[in-house]
Design a protein around this ligand. Structure first.
Ligand code: ZN
Length: 142
């Protein structure tokens, strides 16, 4: 794995948490993006090499909504950047880790992503991500 690409934090309201994190980090949110497949809206902040991703649920049946009901707001996942997501998925599967998706899927921020089941990683939801071909997207104005 190359580095911690971002840390995902589940929040109830981006409207409230974006200004809070702008104050906390002393940095403007540079991008908001909805990920329809995951029923989430995301907001991103850069801190050096690493990003913070705030996640708000857009559906009561979404994964973030269920997470908030169970655990409340807080750190939801840690994302590692990898050079070759398919190779890394195969390596981890061979090591006995359980992948939550068999194929890389589209994530926020122009990434291919795969999640590992937290039962096999000491309760920490791990995301693998790889930048998609074509370089970083420019994002959408928020
Ligand atoms: Zn993430």
């Amino acid at each position: 794995m190359l580095k911690v690409e971002h840390i995902g934090i589940a929040v109830r309201s981006l409207e409230e948490s974006v200004p809070l994190f702008e104050k906390l980090l002393n940095a403007a949110c540079y991008k908001t993006e909805a990920v329809a497949s995951e029923n989430v809206s995301t907001a991103f902040f850069r801190q050096g090499e690493t990003k913070i991703e705030l996640l708000e649920s857009t559906s009561p049946e979404g994964v973030i909504s269920r997470y908030l009901d169970k655990k409340g707001e807080g750190i939801h996942h840690i994302a590692f950047e990898v050079a070759d997501i398919r190779a890394e998925m195969a390596r981890l599967q061979a090591e006995g880790f359980q992948l939550l998706n068999e194929m890389p899927k589209d994530g926020a921020d122009n990434k291919l992503v795969c999640f590992l089941h937290p039962k096999g990683t000491n309760g920490v939801l791990i995301e693998l991500c790889q930048e998609k071909e074509g370089g970083p997207s420019q994002g959408t104005p928020s």
